[in-house]
Ligand binder design. Sequence first.
Ligand code: AMP
Ligand code: GLY
Length: 421
Amino acid sequence: MKVLLIGSGGREHALAWKLRQSPLLTALYAAPGNPGIAEEATLVSLDIDNHDAVIAFCKETAIEFVVVGPEAPLVAGIADRLREAGIAVFGPSKAAAQLEGSKGFTKDICARYNIPTGAYRRFSDAASARAYVEAEGAPIVIKADGLAAGKGVTVAMTVDEALAAIDDCFAGAFGAAGAEVVIEAFLDGEEASFFCITDGKAALPLASAQDHKRVGDGDTGPNTGGMGAYSPAPVMTDEMIARTMAEIIEPTIAGMADSGHPFSGVLFAGVMITAKGPELIEYNVRFGDPECQVLMMRLKSDLLPILHAAATGRLADMAAEWRDDAALTVVVASKGYPAAYDKGQPIAGLPADTERAKVFHAGTALKDGKLVATGGRVLNVTALGTSVKDARDAAYEAVAAVRFENGFTRSDIGWRAIDRQ
Ligand code: AMP
Ligand code: GLY
């Protein structure tokens, strides 16, 4: 099968690395890709926002299957365009991608199909949003409705903080994404991510993971795209997984089909394990970054037929096998991230891949044949271990070999699971 992978981050490097191992693959292309992905795929310099150009490339090259990594092209409708052109694609339609593209849409689906989540209201003006917060009190959570690069959520511990977040949203801090605001009840518990593939009818549960969103050790400082992750997440016991499937994921798949927007692709559920059990925090409609990196390290099965079956309505016959090992990834970021950071700084000393450790490229480029940093998140140093602690030790040992003066990491990835052990 000839496959095109869309995206350029650490998530897509992990997908490319795993797809490359498939005996069903005849050629792998990636657009736009990065130097790590280039070791697995032929890079194509396509503007992925130009859907006509992507389709033209697929036709010229006889691409049979497209795997879309990031959310933005899905929310913009790239999967619909590819399907209209007769090309199989892994990823939801524009209408179904609203599960990530609009927090209000997701909350309405939860309300309609009885899916456990925090109580909420939607607002399109500041005065009524402020009045609601005054009445409800704190803690309370204020969310810009649309895509805001992970920055549109304020978990407000005081009413003043909540009011300021409402004013920011309606003053345009998140552009059109903040024209509507969702206000929801604060959920108390331990957070985890759970991933499930679906073709719109059948569900294939994948695995759990836990991310580290804050930039600093001890979960301090501003939110980032994720500074590290591990899988599995011990809080997602077999019982919590079974309940997440039965109470959250399966009703969502059925509800999306019932409301005329069947969802195919990967459902990435952010859940809070509260005293009542799992409650939905949010959905993403693509793999997590860096959660995908740890999932791909642990997946034993061939990824390509699973993704293709999801895209073509044949998922019911599929199974996924996992290593018992834990996997953990440490993000090496550019100093300054998630605020402004320098670009073009040299990187050297990347440790060679082994059976149990692998460096995925996130924000790198080649300049005059030398590897340089171009992104906030630059490398994802990933390792397997017989426990989260073993995986952590192996990942940090590999990090120590990397020479990147402008880089930094968190030093406590995996702390929650390790404390538990
Ligand atoms: P989101 O972008 O919706 O994932 O929100 C970002 C982060 O805010 C989540 O990962 C949670 O840590 C936190 N968060 C979001 N909604 C809630 C909630 N209702 N209660 C507590 N924390 C929340
Ligand atoms: N690591 C969080 C995300 O991919 O949304």
